[in-house]
Write a protein of this length. Sequence first.
Length: 311
Amino acid sequence: MLLEDLNVVLKVAEFRSITAAAASLDMRTATASAALKRVESSLGVDLFVRTTRHLRLSAAGERYLPHCQNAMQTLELAKQNVKGDLDIIDGELRIGLSSDLGRNLVMPWLNEFMQNYPKLSVRANITDSNIDFYRDSVDLALRYGSPNDASMYGFKICNVPRILCATQTYLTNHGTPTHPHDLASHNGLFYQLQDIIKDVWVFSNKSGEYKVKMKGKHASNDGDLVRRWCIADQGLAVKSCLDMSTDLLNGNVVPVMADFAPTPTELWLVFPSRQSITPAARLLRDTIKTKCHEILTQMVNTGILSNKVFD
């Protein structure tokens, strides 16, 4: 059994197919099949149950695979740490990103990051759905909200206020609300998670909390599309201040009802295990923190945000 054979086992488990695993590793199917047979022969058990159409983990495979995965991650971390000591930053960053933040802010940052470290490559998984690290082949994810799984590891990047916003054209045509009670006559632009439309907006101020059931003709599971509708004069949106930062700073949209704050969130860089936190990932974390701090500072200096964002 060769060390490289374990990578084949992990890929076969990921794709449930020897052919697909071989394609992802850029090798012949026969070569991948031989690697899998070497591992099974060495262990004396079948790791997969094979049928004419399907391939699934056997009971032995289900027990063996987590140990195999941990071992390979430990070896990769050791290699990356050695390279880090030598100031060698290379490898592939497989990162999950939300649609709006990922496309419009983070990808340009990643391009700049890779120019500084030309031996790095990136594979971006852009989706607003929850990331499954194993299923989606992702090593780190930049997400809104703190990790809700105790087995994950994460670094908080920054606080992220949400902002109710619209274009001045929309407000001129439909009026500018000054209190949550005024929102009933306005068109809401909604984010949709799976089949749930986020049409109940929550605001708070010193007087208390206000929940508003909004009406609207636009809903999408893509946060970037919600932003595009907003800047196209289609209605009001509650969005992350980072998602809307460029449009807010350029005057494409304006904050609405500044005395009533939507529920804030946080930005986190999340990892499935400590072994995934490579030197490259740590450098990327520091870069993202710096970039976000710069944007938030601009928004504070222009009066869009309060300096409480840094508390």
